[in-house]
Design a protein. Structure first.
Length: 374
């Protein structure tokens, strides 16, 4: 630790203590709603969520002795847009921020002496905050004005803004917590990610309970929701991952996409959690191992000749039906003996015992790889 870091340690301790104050946020929100009339019509949870996110961003900036990051400014811009859509004048928004600042800094001054933060160090922290806040106010005012202009008929639409906000959210990291707060999602709570084909492709969009944010990204419809969706089996299919905190949504997005692909490959419907198709998803991701399997059993496929595809379909259907010959036969519209004979032909050609646990996994994976070109 450098001397400068050591000198700043009391400020860090003070910031940590302020962040743990359970009664600070409710008192700040009460002050805002009582002083700023235009804000009193908004839900307290709305005001508290944005205040909490701004406080967290400001304390991180002061702790790191820096100005606002682009992620923090993007959150501020979304706040300006939200307040504009709610009909809150920008002057009222700035007044609310000022009242919140005043309440928070009053508490900071009360606790400063206990944490060993002298007047000079406290002034340094306040100057850092003022520099951060000035950039934040400028971005907020600009975003609010642009949103008002958009409402008058100019600028990008709501769908584009939702897509931009969702992309920031699914990128994960520290900026995702700000995006979650802007979307009305719990920034510090459990979130779920759904990936589905667009409705235009013939599949319905999964129903979810609010709060949720949904948009088309990279050819798929992604939805982030605060509760796991109650999606009954049916024609629609979606990959589901979670629960995850906002900072970890990038990984959850990848898992949801893998779950969607695995669900489609196995004919599943409804909201299919990645845990339900973990083996299928893992197999699909390891194309290198699939290539090794194909190479290892190239001669076996050649021996099966034109029967390789029907044999592979029978093996997959049998395994996916829990090794139930009758169910597999019904799925394939063949006689049960046909399924038995094809499973036996596969075993004779490859030497793989599909009745064995791990042999069954290898058999399913190999047969899926054989069927991929078909």
């Amino acid at each position: 630790m450098t001397q400068r870091d050591a000198d700043w340690a009391p400020v860090m301790n003070l910031i940590e203590r302020i962040s743990r104050e359970e009664d600070l946020l409710p008192s700040v929100v009460a002050g805002v709603t009582s002083v700023v009339r235009e804000m009193s019509v908004l839900p307290p949870a709305d005001i508290a969520g944005h205040t909490r996110a701004l406080l967290a961003a400001a304390t991180r900036a002061i702790a790191a002795r820096r100005g606002p990051t682009e992620g923090e400014l993007a959150f501020v811009a979304e706040l300006g847009v939200t307040r504009a859509r709610q009909g809150v004048p920008v002057e009222a928004v700035l007044s609310a921020v000022h009242v919140a600042e005043r309440g928070i800094w009053a508490r900071v001054r009360e606790l400063a002496a206990d944490e060993g933060v002298g007047a000079e160090l406290l002034l340094d922290a306040r100057e850092l905050y003022d520099d951060w806040a000035e950039a934040v106010r400028s971005r907020l005012i600009r975003a609010h004005r642009e949103a008002r202009a958009e409402a008058a008929g100019a600028g990008p639409g709501r769908g584009e803004r939702d897509a931009a906000l969702l992309r920031r959210l699914l990128d994960g990291g520290s900026a995702a917590a700000l995006a979650a707060a802007e979307a009305g999602l719990p920034a510090g709570g459990a979130l779920w990610v759904l990936a589905a084909r667009p409705s235009g492709a013939g599949r319905g969009h999964p129903p979810v309970r609010p709060p949720a944010l949904s948009a088309l990204l990279d050819g798929l419809r992604f939805t982030v929701t605060a509760a796991p969706p109650a999606m009954p089996p049916g024609g629609a299919v979606a990959g589901l991952a979670g629960p995850a905190e906002a900072e970890n949504l990038a990984a959850a997005r990848r898992l949801a996409v893998s779950a969607l692909a695995a669900a489609e490959a196995t004919g599943r419907t409804g909201a299919v959690h990645i845990a339900e198709v973990a083996v299928v998803a893992a197999a699909a991701d390891r194309t290198d191992l699939a290539s090794i399997l194909l190479d290892r059993y190239r001669a076996a496929r050649a021996d099966l000749g034109a029967n390789a595809v029907p044999v592979a379909r029978a093996v997959c259907a049998w395994l996916e039906a829990g090794r139930d010959v009758t169910a597999a036969a019904e799925a394939l519209f063949v006689h049960p003996n046909t399924v038995r004979n094809r499973v036996q032909r596969f075993a004779d050609a490859t030497g793989i015992d599909a009745a064995d646990t791990f042999g069954g996994v290898n058999a399913w994976w190999l047969c899926r790889a054989w069927l991929a070109p078909a």
